[in-house]
Design a protein around this ligand. Structure first.
Ligand code: H2B
Length: 98
C-alpha cells in the first residue's frame, strides 16, 4: 500500500532511481537550485498543486533561488511510496534545474 513504510531493499532501489535525492535517512532530501527567486517560487507553486492533489505535502524551505525539500509521511514517521511519487513529480517539474 502507498502509505506503508518502504523496506530497506525498496529504499536501496529508490536511491538508485532518484539520483539527485538523499535517501539515507527517514526522509527524502533534495536541494533544488534555480536561476532566480521567480523560478524557484514558480516551481513551488506548481509542486504545491501536485501535493494538494495527492493530499501529500512537502516539508520545504526557500531562500531566494534555492528550495530545500524533505519528504516523509508524517503519520508513518518515514518514507512511503507517496514520498517517492512526490519526489518524481518534483523532479519532473524542475526539469533540468537542480
Ligand atoms: N503529507 C505528508 N507528507 N504526510 C502525511 O502524513 C500527510 C500529508 N497526511 N498530508 C495528510 C496530509 C493528512 O494529514 C490528511 C488528513 O490526509
Amino acid at each position: 500500500m502507498a502509505r506503508e513504510l518502504l523496506t530497506q531493499d525498496e529504499l536501496s532501489e529508490l536511491a538508485a532511481e532518484l539520483e539527485a535525492w538523499d535517501v539515507s535517512g527517514s526522509e527524502l532530501r533534495r536541494t533544488f537550485r534555480f536561476g532566480n527567486f521567480v523560478e524557484a517560487f514558480g516551481f513551488m507553486a506548481a509542486a504545491a498543486l501536485v501535493a494538494e492533489k495527492m493530499d501529500h505535502h512537502p516539508n520545504w524551505s526557500n531562500v531566494y533561488s534555492t528550495v530545500e525539500v524533505a519528504l516523509n509521511t508524517h503519520d508513518r514517521g518515514g518514507v512511503t511510496e507517496l514520498d517517492a511519487a512526490l519526489a518524481r513529480a518534483m523532479d519532473g517539474l524542475a526539469g533540468a534545474a537542480g
